[in-house]
Design a protein around this ligand. Structure first.
Ligand SMILES: NC(=O)c1ccc[n+]([C@@H]2O[C@H](COP(=O)([O-])OP(=O)(O)OC[C@H]3O[C@@H](n4cnc5c(N)ncnc54)[C@H](OP(=O)(O)O)[C@@H]3O)[C@@H](O)[C@H]2O)c1
Length: 288
């Protein structure tokens, strides 16, 4: 049930906490995080920009810190991954900044929001294409050397950018690549997933069910092989999808998002689901 991101052993599925700060009308965000912990999830994914508005950066990180503080159980083994590098400013203007100075500021802010001395995992959220990619990777390495972060991740990175990160950091130093991957979206990210397998880097599919825009709720309507497995096994199409993604490699750690406890409680059961080979093959044939 455990998988590895750098030095950390984590649950094979993480909680994507983004919907807790972006979905309107979430009644009790803490309850969803607590439900994930109850279900055995030990990886929580967040970012500085997950906030209802530009002037509440760090909102999602603070929610997670509160939930960990108020949880009635041991949270010492829970790994929180956050991100920096996307800017949000007055008037909801979004941009990128992958410089050392900016990333250091975001890592310090995340440390405060999460109430920790060191960030477990810090991702460059998106490439800043106004500078060369290696400059941002060197910046992440500096943050690690300075002791601000324990592990380095990159997100929304192409095969070329993953290779640059590995070359700059050296073998074993890039802990994770977080890219979009789902039955709906894999045309570019499948090769990224395969490169990560070869290089021993964790691959963390984001929006693994198809995203909050509706894809996550329409899996069985769109993919007959997922529907068939769901009916035959008596489990949700979301569970089938997550178990299928995990079958693509022991380095794959999906992070399904949830704004309700019921969603993450259901998704977490995929950690122990075993999908028979013929059903997995049918999904591979239809989807990939
Ligand atoms: N690095 C990046 O650039 C990037 C970009 C996007 C997302 N992310 C990360 O990836 C995480 C996941 O992506 P996502 O939230 O965009 O999309 P997702 O995980 O594909 O889908 C989330 C949606 O799926 C629903 N859902 C989850 N499990 C379910 C289940 N078992 N049954 C029914 N519905 C279920 C949730 O419903 P309810 O809301 O009703 O609970 C939510 O609306 C995010 O939370 C975030 O941490 C990263």
């Amino acid at each position: 049930m455990e998988r590895h991101i750098g030095q950390f052993a984590v649950s094979s599925i993480g909680l994507g906490a983004m919907p807790l700060s972006f979905t309107e009308g979430v009644e009790d965000p803490q309850a969803t995080i607590h439900a994930a912990l109850d279900a055995g999830i030990t990886l929580i994914d967040t970012a500085d920009i997950y906030a209802p508005s530009w002037d509440q950066m760090g909102h999602n990180e603070r929610l997670i810190a509160d939930a960990l503080r108020t949880y009635n159980g041991d949270t010492s083994h829970v790994v929180v991954a956050t991100k920096g590098g996307i800017t949000r400013s007055e008037g909801e203007r979004w941009g990128r900044n992958g410089t050392l100075e900016y990333l250091r500021g975001r890592a310090l802010a995340a440390r405060e929001a999460l109430g920790v001395d060191q960030l477990d995992i810090f991702y460059l959220h998106r490439p800043d294409r106004s500078i060369v990619y290696s400059e941002s990777i060197v910046a992440l390495r500096t943050l690690k050397w300075e002791g601000l972060i324990k592990e380095i991740g990159i997100s929304n990175a192409s095969v070329e950018e993953i290779q640059i990160a590995i070359d700059v950091l050296g073998k074993g130093e890039l802990a994770a690549v977080q890219n979009e991957f789902s039955p709906w979206f894999h045309h570019t990210s499948r090769s990224e997933l395969e490169l990560c397998a070869k290089e021993g880097v964790a691959f963390v599919p984001f929006s693994p069910l198809g995203g909050t825009g509706g894809g996550a709720k329409r899996l069985e309507q769109r993919f007959s092989s997922i529907q068939r497995a769901s009916v035959e096994l008596g489990i949700s199409a979301q569970r089938v999808t997550l178990a299928w993604e995990m079958s693509l490699g022991s380095h794959v750690i999906p992070i399904p998002g949830a704004s309700r406890p019921a969603s993450i409680t259901d998704s977490a059961q995929a950690m122990t689901d075993e999908i028979p080979f013929d059903l997995l093959q049918a999904i591979n044939q239809e989807v990939l």
